[in-house]
Design a protein around this ligand. Structure first.
Ligand code: WAQ
Ligand code: MG
Length: 643
């Protein structure tokens, strides 16, 4: 059988005619659809922004195309841009290219080009004919991706080696110097056939967007056209491109960069968006006004004047930070007052405040169980519960989501354990469904197990007055009731409520409590004030519940199957990149609805996660549902085409 036909697949994306993303691959015909869709997905999820133009070019290539072995890579570790340029100059000079300083001065001319500057290595005369464009080396790939049939993520390192290898095999080319135009990427290189690829770890200042490429030519003028034809037309596969493993003495951080490139490829790269506003139903994000369906400030208490004033007053009276851990000098009256208010609100004997909800879960679980004990954990429990279980050293039994009959069976199987703790989210943070607390408590009681329930997303949301699951179901409380100050209470921190015994024990054993500076008085006072507002205005909870219903009804009217028992409304999508693309399309329309991906949820279980607030208007929620439907249908079509 003859080899399959080869194709080059080239993608270029732009936004308002500025370059966003570009990549090329050479792959066998059967990999073309997959690679094409990967490159398009890459363009659509590029950190530089959503493109308004994507060009995809697919061309047949000869299958006896030129295979070149990679230039060998050597890394020069430099600390500063000046040192990097000095190394570059020495390398060029050692390769017989004398005027290195004059060459580097030409980066100003190279920077605006999409391609490289082609200079005579001796006279430095510019030889490339198209002054606005420069020469682009193209039709080249790493031979590995031909075998794997996938587009690896943007990997500066491998892509640069492929390019440099092709360029150094062009007739008449005697050297190249390259500086990235990515402001955060400070590594560059010098390449020649003899020196190989000489990586220079720091060659420009961080934050400097100026980069470029300069190809150096030595030979007759009438050979230039042939050199350019080779660079721009001749397809090349580069073999043995070194990947993740950094050469000896190399920048050890190259492995991190490769991992991030893989994240990007898989649609899993994370970044922070700055919201220019107090958290609330709307915000200015990346310069535009957005409807926010993403805040955990469910009851709009974070910007409530009484809450803000309490924090400000506490800062003036008690200082910005506490100055010590709770057990040394960090406990101030606002800490004590808040713990009393929390115990009263949750109907327990006592409460203990932690710096964050994550710390409350990790601290409580690691204190309660250890080696020789067994902890039973719902498979969809929050990461902080999972981490607490892992750190505890106890045996971990994960039971299927909300399958309490299975919990019952597993508890029966572990009768011999010293201590048994059953732990569950009250409201599951990515699914919005809730635990059947009465059943959970009765099963645990039957087996004599401790119970712990995380009410991070239940506090302020479930029950007529927002006290959580016990109020919602009209049932007893678990032994340990965990919650946060940072969601419906609009402040910051985590807490655990329980009997006096449990709280005394945790105060002495929870390492995240003991070995952390106490949260500052402003957050404590804000949370106490928020509890006061909540008690005075239970209508907020009712309004939130009404809004969730309006939103669910509006989604269902659009044909979207949505369910929730809380303020969290997941809209299931599956594929990570599709979820990102839908979220990006919504952002374009002014709706902030984040895509939730692995590792927050399982791979292939990506979704939009909308969070409803009491402060949303019905109109806003209905509009958002309509926008979600539009963006979802646009992207679902693409998804079926991809699969
Ligand atoms: N042909 C010619 N010139 C090009 C091409 C091309 N195919 N692609 C980019 N350029 C020019 C263009 O002017 C850019 O502004 C400049 O090169 C830099 O491109 O860790 O990321 O894509 O060992 O920013 C080198 C170090 C990274 C890698 C290079 O270049 C490592 C890089 P960038
Ligand atoms: Mg670039």
């Amino acid at each position: 059988m003859s080899d399959p036909a080869l194709y080059s697949v080239k993608m270029r994306a732009a936004r308002a005619s500025a370059h966003v993303s570009g990549a090329e691959k050479i792959v066998p015909s059967d990999a073309v659809p997959k690679v094409a869709s990967q490159l398009v997905a890459r363009a659509l999820s590029h950190p530089k922004g959503v493109p308004d133009f994507i060009n995809l070019k697919i061309e047949a290539q000869p299958h006896d195309l030129l295979r070149l072995p990679s230039l060998p890579v050597t890394t020069h570790v430099t600390q500063t841009a000046a040192e990097g340029r000095r190394v570059a100059a020495e390398l060029l000079e050692s390769a017989g290219i004398a005027r290195s300083a004059d060459i580097m001065a030409r980066f100003a001319e190279s920077h605006p080009l999409r391609g490289a500057l082609l200079l005579d290595a001796d006279t430095l005369e510019r030889l490339d004919p198209n002054a606005d464009r420069g020469v682009r080396a193209t039709y080249m790939d790493d031979a590995v991706s031909l075998e794997k049939g996938t587009a690896h993520g943007k990997n500066h390192y491998a892509e640069a080696i492929v390019l440099a290898t092709k360029v150094q095999h062009a007739p008449g080319i005697v050297g190249e110097i390259c500086v990235s135009d990515d402001p955060d990427y400070v590594t560059g290189y010098v390449a020649t056939r003899e020196l190989g690829y000489r990586r220079i770890t720091v060659i420009k200042e961080k934050g400097d967007p100026r980069g470029g490429r300069i190809f150096l030519y030595r030979g007759p003028r009438d050979g230039v056209a042939e050199t350019i034809r080779f660079l721009e037309r001749t397809p090349v596969l580069v073999t043995d491109v070194p990947v993740a493993a950094a050469p000896a003495g190399a920048n050890r951080l190259v492995g991190l960069e490769d991992e991030l490139a893989q994240c990007h490829e898989a649609g899993l790269l994370r970044k922070c968006h700055t919201l220019v506003a107090p958290t609330g139903p709307t915000a200015v994000v990346d310069g535009r006004e957005m409807l926010v369906l993403a805040s955990n400030d469910y009851l709009d208490l974070a910007r409530e004047p009484a809450v803000v004033e309490a924090a400000a007053e506490a800062a003036r009276r008690w200082g910005a930070g506490s100055g010590g851990s709770r057990l040394t000098t960090g406990t101030q009256p606002p800490h004590v007052a808040l713990e009393e208010a929390l115990a009263c609100f949750k109907g327990t004997e006592a409460a203990l405040v932690f710096g964050t909800g994550y710390m409350a879960n990790v601290g409580a679980i690691t204190a309660l169980v250890r080696k020789g004990d067994v902890v039973f954990s719902d498979e969809l429990n929050h990461a902080s519960i999972i981490d607490g279980c892992r750190l505890s050293g106890a045996e971990i039994v994960v039971y299927p989501h909300n399958d309490l009959d299975e919990l019952d069976r597993r508890l029966a199987l572990h009768r011999a354990a010293r201590r048994r703790l059953a732990v569950s989210d009250g409201v599951f943070s990515m699914d919005g469904d809730c635990l059947d607390l009465p059943k959970f408590l009765s099963i645990a009681q039957k087996h004599d197990a401790f119970t712990m329930v995380d009410e991070a997303h239940a506090t302020g949301v479930l029950g007529r007055t927002g006290r959580g699951l016990s109020e919602h179901f009209g049932c007893a409380r678990p032994d340990i009731l965990m919650g946060t100050l940072s969601k419906a209470l609009g402040a910051e921190g985590g807490f655990v409520c329980g009997s006096r015994l449990v709280v005394d024990y945790l105060r002495n054993r929870a390492r995240s409590f003991i070995f952390s500076t106490a949260p500052g008085a402003p957050a404590m006072a804000a949370a106490t004030a928020a509890l006061g507002v909540l008690a005075a205005e239970p209508g907020r909870v009712e309004r939130l519940r009404g809004n969730v219903k309006v939103f669910l009804d509006a989604l269902r009217a659009q044909g979207i199957a949505a369910q929730s028992e809380s303020a969290i409304v997941p809209i299931r999508i599956g594929d990570e990149k599709t979820a990102l693309a839908v979220s990006a399309a919504l952002a374009e329309k002014g709706f902030l609805v984040p895509a939730i991906r692995y590792p927050t949820v399982a791979r292939g279980a990506a979704r939009l996660r909308a969070a409803v607030m009491s402060a949303h208007t019905h109109e806003q929620l209905v509009e958002a549902a309509a926008a979600i439907a539009v963006c979802l249908s646009g992207c679902t079509v693409e998804r079926t085409a991809v699969e």
